[in-house]
Design a protein around this ligand. Structure first.
Ligand code: DGY
Length: 322
């Protein structure tokens, strides 16, 4: 089998692929391939292990060729893959759900506390040697305990964050197309998006990126939020209209944002980096050794299953292979 891995991932997954298929080719550069390099590198492969930074569209699939059986994405999100185009070409698309749930929820929680207690501003203050001693009004933050947490998208990661934050006596609201029985049993309340925006002290985004969720949070939704609220995004950047968010952050100095993802990743919209009230980190939701290692073995297993005539456990386009 002729396999290509678009960027080095933890060794455990690469080892599994080598054991199963002998030599495999991995992008030798530690960077995202350019479009031209990607189109060239994938030619003639039976399977491609891709990253969320690779735009796997119909052109790439045609470049791979009709022998291609699987695109195994090293991510739970697969908005970088044109799944319909893959199904049309009988290419299986797989992802890595579950193993990064704790890591991503923990990252959202880290951003929640970092914004609430102004950790980035405080760190910069210390490094600038501005600290002159304890002061009653220095860098006052917001309480987390007892505040209202709004979860936008109560799937695995949103649910995990809600369960953890309930131990801080937070009131939990969630907005989702579906009821989440586990959250309901915990006493969380399902509300519409408008109520979620109006009532949350901390609103954390956990929806997939698709046409319906693109700019789900824009100027109107931001305006509904409390001027002292915080918005957190560890899902996908384009769920928030980032230009509108920058304007909102500038107009509302007590409104905070904790962002792990950006609309035009890796670029930020103009002005964002100058907002004191934004904590910004470089898409690190799943970036723990444990989660990334499990993602590598899961992506490898998906690839192995697809290329040995088994149905991969985490097949996204099941319908096309029913
Ligand atoms: C995912 O798996 O979709 C995450 O964003 C990776 O960090």
């Amino acid at each position: 089998m002729n396999i290509y891995v678009t960027r080095r991932i933890p060794a455990e997954g690469l080892e599994m692929l080598k054991q199963a298929f002998g030599d495999i080719e991995v992008n030798p550069h530690d960077r995202v391939l350019t479009r031209v390099e990607l189109l060239e590198a994938v030619k003639g492969r039976d399977g491609v292990l891709s990253l969320l930074t690779d735009n796997m569209d119909a052109e790439v699939m045609d470049a791979i060729g009709p022998q291609c059986k699987v695109i195994s994405n090293y991510a739970v999100g697969y908005n970088n893959i044109d799944v319909e185009a893959a199904s049309d070409r009988s290419i299986m698309v797989t992802n890595t759900p579950g193993v990064l749930t704790d890591a991503t929820a923990d990252c959202a929680i880290a951003l929640l506390f970092a914004t609430a207690r102004r950790i980035a501003e405080s760190d910069a203050y210390m490094r600038a040697e501005k600290f002159e001693g304890w002061a009653p009004m220095l860098l006052l933050g917001k309480e987390v305990t007892g505040a209202t947490l709004g979860i936008l998208g109560a799937g695995r990661i949103g649910e995990n964050m809600a369960k953890k934050m309930a131990s801080f006596d937070m009131k939990i609201l969630y907005a989702d197309l579906y009821e989440n029985e586990m959250l309901n049993e915990m006493g969380a309340q399902k509300v519409d998006l408008e109520t979620l925006c109006r009532e949350s002290d901390y609103l954390s985004i956990h929806v997939n990126l698709c046409d319906e969720t693109h700019h789900l949070i824009g100027e109107p939704e931001l305006k509904l939020m409390k001027p002292t609220a915080t918005i957190l995004n560890t899902a996908r950047g384009p769920v928030i209209d980032e230009t509108a968010l920058v304007a909102h952050l500038k107009e509302n100095p007590d409104f905070y944002a904790g962002l792990d993802v950006f609309e035009d990743e890796p670029t930020m919209k103009p002005g964002l980096k100058d907002c004191h009230n934004a904590v910004i980190i470089p898409h690190l939701g799943s970036a723990t050794i444990e989660a990334r290692t499990k993602m590598s073995t899961m992506a490898a297993q998906n690839m192995i299953d697809a290329l040995t005539n088994k149905t991969p456990q985490f097949l996204v386009n099941k319908d096309a292979f029913a």
